[in-house]
Design a protein around this ligand. Structure first.
Ligand code: FAD
Length: 404
């Protein structure tokens, strides 16, 4: 054992949640040792620009979170392999030990992979992935994108905006079909096509292969597409909860936490993509893998570790930028919910929709009207919220709040 560490606040995970937790701890405790450990070779940075602004000229320098300036020790390039909650101790892959007073698991999530082999596929998640992909397309050539979710659509639009020849494959009939109200997913398809993205709806990709001509994708029927100079995939994510589950903490496809983001061990918290937490809007604990949740749950978990009583019950929120299209979604709509829509009829293409389950509003979608989500948020009916009237989020009210 070399270089053991004994620290009051220990954070495993150098993503946005880990950074936010450092800020949360420091907002209460200006003193107290903090050590943040990440197996990425970098200190914390913002992930959203990797599939958007960095392709259109934003400088890499803008993504760093400057966590170390909060008097936190950052150990980058270190992977934790074992947690012993009883000894309050962790061990990294080099055999170094870390003792803690309180621990945050902010280990995030990992991208899903193709069912079959995927040589040359970048499962897009990290700054290294961005750099790899950018290098592969530096001298042009066709690019294959697998997946019709946020990451696939953002990458396809951003890279098409750089003049690259893009092909996007997904099994659904429209991009973001699982998330958007129908007219908007159709509209998104037209927007992607207008950018030059060749869409391949109804094509589930099973594997990739490399030939002397380049990289190819194979659909589930074995039909080949390509050759491509580069391949990237956005197939969704899975929580990285194995450290916790091996240590005997309660996990269920995510680390289970209570409303104060505490795990089944009183000295360990979990937040961000990896946490499965009780949500007033839902019957069962949920995992949310979006930026606002990373920032807010990370901040609150940090405050809780520093001794504050906290209660976390957010209204889930995600935003996305796909070319010139801005999408914001509040709430937790299910694909089976019924959408009511005010499709865009103005030149700037603004729209709004609400998702309904029975009489209840489960989600609100804002299309191309950034900066208005807070107006909807204030009125969004919350469980036990006596002030929420059924008409508060009628389509007319929404149109007034969002579109005018
Ligand atoms: C390209 C991209 C674009 C996105 N755009 C948007 C957007 O526009 N809007 C939005 O709302 N959300 C967006 N998201 C989602 C959002 O970025 C994530 O929800 C957020 O980054 C999650 O943060 P996290 O810190 O919980 O997890 P992660 O970012 O996954 O960070 C976890 C960290 O822990 C490290 N780690 C894990 N296990 C160990 C271990 N055993 N030892 C050491 N280190 C470990 C990982 O390497 C990683 O650095 C985007 C995500 C990506 C990838």
């Amino acid at each position: 054992m070399t270089g053991s560490v004994d620290v009051e606040f220990l954070i495993v995970g150098g993503g946005m949640t880990g950074d936010a937790a450092v800020r949360g701890i420091r907002s209460i405790r200006p003193d107290g040792g903090i050590c943040l450990i990440s197996d990425e070779p970098h200190p914390p940075y913002d992930r959203p620009p990797l599939s958007k602004g960095l392709w259109s000229g934003d400088e890499e320098e803008r993504i760093w979170r400057d966590t170390a300036s909060l008097d936190a020790e950052i150990r980058a390039g270190v992977r934790i392999v074992r947690l012993d909650p009883r000894a309050r101790e962790l061990e990294d892959s080099e055999g170094r030990r870390y003792r803690y007073g309180s621990l945050l698991l902010a280990t995030g999530s990992r991208p899903r992979t193709l069912a079959g082999p995927g040589p040359g596929v970048v499962y897009f998640r990290t700054l290294e992935d961005f750099r790899t992909l950018r290098e592969r397309v530096a001298s042009g050539g066709a690019v294959g994108i697998v997946g019709g979710g946020f990451i696939g659509c953002e990458l396809a639009a951003s890279m098409a905006g750089q003049g690259l020849e893009m092909d996007q494959f997904f099994p659904e009939s429209q991009p973001l079909e699982q998330v958007l109200a129908p007219p908007f997913s159709e509209l998104l398809a037209r927007k992607l096509e207008a950018l030059g993205v060749q869409l391949h709806p109804g094509k589930g990709i099973g594997s990739a292969t490399r030939t002397p001509e380049g990289l190819h994708l194979l659909d589930e029927a074995g039909e080949r597409s390509g050759p491509f100079a580069a391949l990237a995939a956005g197939l969704g994510v899975d929580p990285r909860d194995e450290l916790a589950s091996r240590a005997g903490l309660d996990t269920r496809d995510g680390i289970l936490v209570d409303r104060s983001l505490r795990t089944s061990d009183p000295h360990i918290w979990a937040a961000g993509d990896v946490a499965r937490f009780p949500l007033g809007l839902a019957d069962a604990p949920q995992v949310v893998a979006h930026e606002e949740h990373a920032n807010e749950s990370g901040m609150l978990a940090g405050r809780a570790m520093a001794g504050e009583e906290v209660e976390y019950d957010p209204l889930p929120y995600v935003y996305s930028g796909i070319g010139s299209v801005n999408i914001e979604l509040l709430g937790l709509p299910a694909p089976s919910d019924r959408w009511e829509v005010r499709p865009p009829d103005d030149p700037e293409g603004r729209g709004v929709a609400r998702a309904l389950r029975g009489p209840h509003v489960t989600g609100v979608l804002i299309w191309n009207r950034p900066g208005r989500a807070h107006l909807v948020r204030r009125r969004f009916p919350r469980p036990g919220d006596a002030q929420a009237e059924p008409g508060d989020l009628s389509l007319d009210v929404l149109a007034e709040l969002v579109l005018e």
